[in-house]
Design a protein. Sequence first.
Length: 76
Amino acid sequence: MEVLLEELYVDDGLEELLGKSPAELQLRQYPQAVAAALILRHSWRADDLACILERLGMTNGRKSTFARRQKRHGSE
């Protein structure tokens, strides 16, 4: 798990978000930790964040502006 998180270039923000270090996680907590790491990794740009949230199924059911724009331009 630690190698995966290192490859995602996750900083201390993940530990703060999870409330514990990745080494302390139980196996059943890995999927949530990976999702959180991906979200943090893609949170620098609003369009990138919207895209990863949609891919993870974490939107409110509406397509993001970015996804609509991609579909309109044939990038989907």
